[in-house]
Each structure stands twice: as structure tokens, then as C-alpha cells.
Design a protein around this ligand. Sequence first.
Ligand code: HEC
Length: 98
Amino acid sequence: MKALRFVFLIAPTIACCGPVAAASLPPAGAASCSGCHALHEPASSPIPRIYGRDANEIVTVMAAFRDGSRPSTVMGRIAKGFSDEELRPIAAWLESQK
Ligand code: HEC
């Protein structure tokens, strides 16, 4: 009887939330941004917030950092390590984070 109750309580929980949790996992490369751009940055942080920002805007800004048309201290070098194809899923994931 105890085992049966376990199945009824736990199984629906896994069925309900498994795919949602998997969908919110950061894509490859996204974790390298959060070292500097923390999700819950204090308002006083000198590093701009990038979470919840429009994905197209992030890709555009990264391209400008990459070709040097947007001045930066570190982002120019970081942007050179990512192609637009790699950035799109990262930007979409960042946009989905609030
Ligand atoms: C070494 C720390 C560091 C890492 C890692 C880093 N950033 Fe940044 N980011 C900065 C800093 C500092 C700025 C301000 C511009 C500058 O001085 O380079 C910035 C600015 C930005 C901006 C412009 C925001 C604005 O409002 O002007 C975007 C977009 C951005 N970063 C995206 C990313 C993404 C995407 C990644 C991961 C691929 C990333 N950053 C990784 C430090 C970092």
C-alpha cells in the first residue's frame, strides 16, 4: 500500500515537470556568461543585466562587440569566441530568464 501511494504521488510529479525543467537548462556556452552577468545582480553592479533582454538585440550587440563597432573592455574578446549560430540559442535562453 505504501509503495502504491509512492507511485501515485511521485509519478505525476515527474510527468508534469520533467520536460519543463529540461527546457530551462542553459544551452552550451550560456554558463560562460553568468560568471560575470549574474542572474540576480545588485542594482549597483557595473556589469549590465542581460537576462530578459530581447534575443535579437543580444545577438546584434554581440556582433557589434565582435567587429569592434561597439566599444568594450572585455566583451569584444568574448564575442569573438561565439558565432551567430552559437549565440542565437544562448540569446533566446537569456531572454527567457527573468
Ligand atoms: C569577463 C566577464 C564577462 C563575461 C564572461 C561576459 N560578459 Fe557580457 N559584459 C561584460 C562587461 C564588463 C560588459 C560591459 C561592456 C564592456 O566593457 O565590455 C558586458 C556587456 C554585455 C552586453 C551589453 C549589455 C548592455 O546593456 O550594453 C551584452 C549583450 C553581453 N555582455 C552579453 C554577454 C554574453 C551573451 C556573454 C556570454 C557569451 C557574456 N556577455 C559574457 C562582462 C562579461
